[in-house]
Design a protein around this ligand. Structure first.
Ligand code: HAM
Length: 416
């Protein structure tokens, strides 16, 4: 009966429970990223987990996989079309516009939270996953791109992942460059139309550049000889990209230019980049982003440039679970012999915890078992409480390292 119940309710495919051990790794990553973002002058923002569907449809593009196949969209009880956020940028930009934050520009923001995409689950790919992301609004300078990437690099270094990933970077140029490139690409791809995958045939009409990003093997072969973006960049776009690369070099951030990198979301222009690893199979991108100068306007706001990135915290956690030094805290253990002693132990434990001390008290088992448990927890010092025949208490402090045990007063125990 119990087994039948247990098998009936599993977590939904592509979602997972973050149990304490893994959650500690997540928290450590979040803490590292959060502290680093603060050092770079970013402020934290939290936007709702769901938005009106249009926010994502308009910003990510109807032909992006994230919108066309992967959104969790539903009509709420009032009949509005709602979408669980598949990423963080669109919500931040919506907030920038609806909260009227234009007077505060430039803005440097960061966020952490769950995102939802109906993708085929596999190692490193979940339907509910976590992103830590940053967005810089209102800075046109290429140095803003450099500052963002530098922050990403700092976080990856602190997580000891810098030797295990590569920064791949490309430019999509400005609108004029992209229009010229798009024309050349369509000219090249049109004769192959019938051989392209169904998705790419649709994209050929709506967003041909996304074909460069296709995972279809047939598409990949056709795309291998496609014209290159870099040959269609106008001078300002070339200069912008050179400034980004020079900035990275000054900061000793290694990079590799990948002229095929276009990224899956429609809002990008100029710089696009991904930190990738070879250690997670097909899900190689651990942190990715780029510049999105047209997005604010596209959502109805004032012309405002933007650049940012998001890291897949699940993927970072998978990579650094083994090598991250999670602070190990050793508790003060309270080990009581007898019911009254246990009640006294509860009072002492509560007082110590109120003084921000990590304290464990063992509620069950005989005295010997409790001492064994304390040892397993890595206790350095334990408070031992013994109930005397006359009802009074005897206290001892045991040092687990030396094995020493000495009598103590009640006051000493409270001030351990
Ligand atoms: P994205 O490349 O779609 O970009 O996602 C960013 C990161 O989220 C990826 O590099 C990956 O590590 C992680 N990720 C994406 N999908 C999944 C999944 N199904 N399971 C686990 N991890 C995943 C964006 O979301 C943009 N908003 C980034 C950005 C911010 N661009 C400018 N500002």
């Amino acid at each position: 009966m119990l087994n039948a119940c247990m098998s009936k309710y599993q977590s939904v495919r592509g979602t997972r429970d973050l149990l304490p051990q893994l959650k500690r790794v997540f928290r450590q990553i979040d803490k590292t990223a959060h502290e680093s973002a603060q050092h770079y002058g970013f402020g934290e923002i939290e936007t709702p987990i769901f938005e009106f569907s249009d926010v994502f449809h308009r910003s990510l593009g109807e032909t992006s996989d994230a919108v066309s196949k992967e959104t969790y969209t539903f009509a709420d009880r009032g009949g509005d079309s709602i979408t669980l956020r598949p990423e963080g940028t669109a919500g931040v930009v919506r907030s920038f516009i609806s909260e009227g934050l234009a007077q505060l520009l430039p803005l440097k923001l960061y966020y952490y939270g769950p995102m939802f995409r109906y993708e085929r689950p596999q190692k490193g790919r979940y339907r509910q996953f976590y992103q830590f992301g940053v967005e810089v609004l209102g800075l046109e300078s290429a140095l803003a791109d450099v500052e963002c990437i530098d922050l990403a690099w700092t976080i990856l270094k602190k997580l000891k992942l810098d030797q295990r990933c590569v920064l791949e970077i490309n430019t999509l140029g400005d609108q004029e460059s992209r229009d010229n490139y798009r024309k050349a690409l369509v000219e090249y791809l049109t004769p192959f139309k019938a051989q392209l995958s169904v998705d790419s045939q649709v994209r050929l009409e709506k967003n041909p550049m996304r074909i460069l990003d296709s995972k279809d093997e047939g598409d990949k072969k056709i795309v291998a000889n496609a014209p290159l973006m870099q040959n269609y960049l106008n001078d300002p776009s070339k200069k912008f990209f050179q400034d980004v690369l020079a900035g990275l070099e000054r900061l000793n951030i290694p990079y590799k230019v990948d002229s095929q990198l276009v990224r899956g979301l429609d809002y990008y222009c100029h710089t696009v980049f991904e930190f990738t690893t070879t250690e997670l199979g097909a899900q190689s991108a651990i942190l990715s982003g780029g510049r999105y100068d047209g997005l604010v306007e596209m959502l109805g706001g004032p012309k405002t440039s933007g650049v940012g990135w998001a890291a897949g915290v699940d993927r970072l956690a998978d990579l650094c679970s083994a090598n991250l030094e999670i602070e190990k805290m050793s508790p003060i253990s309270v080990v009581a012999n007898g019911d009254k002693a246990l009640q006294e132990g509860m009072t002492i434990a509560s007082a110590l915890r109120n003084k921000n001390k990590y304290c464990e008290i063992f509620l069950t088992g005989n005295f010997k078992k409790k001492l064994e448990k304390a040892n397993k927890f890595g206790t350095e010092k334990a408070i031992l409480i013994f109930e005397q025949e006359n009802g009074s208490m005897e206290y001892k402090i045991k040092n687990f390292k030396t094995g020493d045990e000495k009598l103590a007063t009640r006051e000493e125990v409270f001030n351990i």
